[in-house]
Design a protein around this ligand. Structure first.
Ligand code: GDP
Length: 449
């Protein structure tokens, strides 16, 4: 669903990614490319403007321009902005994030009104939600309160049968409130904890529908008012959501037909335009084809690099900027010691599996020599370095043959291995100095090869 957008945004990052310094012009170029990508994906113009302005404002701050790895900082800003445009982290009435379903405890009945136009997928989504809640151990009841569409009651009954969830219906009446009362009564008598109400939908927004829904809302005092909207209709799904929010009030939105070939603009615009989060997406016709919407994951998918963001966060946890800058200076002055190397090794170890870490960087894993990633090798290196005295680590030139033998014994390795490590270190110092001079910065994998 976001494929095209992902491709374009990844392309936009080429202006900043991998550079050791970036300029305001680089940021402008990247943001302009992101703007085009969002517009092409049918994201609402107001949303695009807001996104672009807030990204530029933050990205041009000191934090990015002076960062050790400005490209990744920039990507992280775009990612975080996208998460906040996609989702709601504020608390809902039950204390859970407003993004999630607000369910009361099992002793009270949670009421969920499903709203939407005909054909949006409202009836199907009611059954999908019921199945999901049933799997979570709740006892849902489907109430057939769409009394306008001729086949709606029958369709809901068939779906309820398929997922083995009870359905409450009354044939031959047009009184929605009466059916609702009947359903609530049934729910109380049958230990139901969640009442999912399939309400009346019409072909277009009209007053009679809104009035009926208002009355139903007043009577039922629902915990959730979920609008079901068809993602394939793009921006008009957002307009419909806005109208429902203004007339009835919503707590969230379900976008159906997310499996179709839509461009994703509706998903990205909903929260900003209506103020209400997208809570679920429908991804097929079957009752199981239903997923909660996770803003973090969606943003990761859109940027095509969700894992890189967590990698940057992880790296920020273990290496602070000042330390990294000091290291850089040492490299330039060729005063880097084995002591620094040991520190780096430990930092890498703290980040978790090296292989998985490198696997998070798109296109990098394949380019790195397998041997360099050998964890056992890292362990050896750490053992050897730990067996040296601090003095030796601060000046490796004092490590003569007898010291090498002692270090080998202490670390359970051989003299040859100690010698290999020292040689590697010498080579690395030269290489890193060269890298620092050419302005390419240094990378962790470089230190380990
Ligand atoms: P209602 O009039 O709003 O109750 O709409 P329905 O629930 O009857 O759905 C209309 C059509 O859309 C049906 O053919 C559904 O099978 C289909 N539909 C609903 N949700 C999805 C979805 O997430 N993906 C796909 N591909 N089809 C869906």
């Amino acid at each position: 669903m976001f494929d095209k957008l992902t491709e374009k945004i990844s392309d936009a990052f080429r202006f900043v990614a991998g550079k050791s310094t970036i300029t305001e012009k680089n940021i402008d170029d990247a943001v302009e490319a992101i703007k085009m990508a969002l517009l092409e994906a049918d994201v609402n113009l107001r949303v695009v403007r807001r996104f672009v302005n807030s990204t530029i404002e933050e990205a041009k701050g000191e934090k990015v321009l002076r960062a050790v790895d400005p490209g990744q900082q920039f990507i992280k800003i775009v990612h975080d902005k996208m998460v906040s445009f996609l989702g709601d982290t504020e608390k809902g009435p039950t204390g859970r994030p407003a993004q999630e379903l607000q369910l009361k405890g099992p002793d009270t009945i949670t009421v969920i009104l499903m709203l939407g136009l005909q054909g949006s997928g409202k009836t199907t989504s009611s059954a999908k939600l019921a199945l999901r809640l049933k799997k979570e151990g709740r006892k849902p009841l489907l109430a057939a309160c769409d009394l306008i569409r001729p086949a709606a009651i029958e369709q809901l009954s068939v779906l309820a049968g398929q997922i083995d969830v009870p359905v409450y219906k009354e044939e031959g009446t047009t009184d929605t409130l009466r059916v609702y009362r009947g359903a609530l009564d049934y729910a109380k008598k049958n230990l139901i904890d969640t009442l999912i109400v399939d309400t009346t939908g019409r072909l277009q927004l009209d007053e009679p529908m809104m009035e009926e829904l208002s009355r139903l809302k007043d009577l039922s005092k629902p915990d959730e008012l979920l609008l079901v909207a068809d993602a394939m209709t793009g921006q008009s799904a957002v307009d419909i959501a806005k109208a429902f929010e203004e007339k009835i009030g919503l707590t969230g939105v379900i976008l159906t037909k997310f499996d179709s070939d839509t461009r994703g603009g509706a998903a990205l615009s909903l929260k900003t335009i209506t103020g209400k989060p997208l809570k679920f997406v429908g991804i097929g016709e079957k009752p199981e084809d239903f997923e909660p919407f996770y803003p973090e994951r969606a943003a990761g998918r859109i940027l095509g690099m969700g894992d890189v963001v967590s990698l940057v966060e992880k790296a920020q946890e273990v290496i602070d900027e000042k330390e990294a800058l000091e290291l850089q200076k040492k490299i330039e002055k060729e005063t880097l010691t084995l002591e620094d190397w040991l520190e780096q090794l430990r930092a890498v170890k703290k980040m978790g599996s090296l292989k998985s870490m490198l696997g998070m960087i798109p296109g990098l894993a394949g380019k790195i020599n397998e041997e360099d990633l050998d964890k056992a090798d890292l362990k050896y290196q750490e053992a050897i370095l730990s067996s040296m005295t601090r003095k030796e680590r601060q000046n490796h030139l004092i490590i003569g043959p007898s010291r090498r033998a002692r270090i080998a014994r202490g670390s359970g390795t051989s003299v040859a291995e100690v010698a290999r490590l020292l040689k590697k270190f010498e080579k690395m110092r030269v290489m890193m100095k060269r890298m620092a001079k050419t302005g390419k910065g240094m990378s962790m994998p470089g230190m380990l090869s």
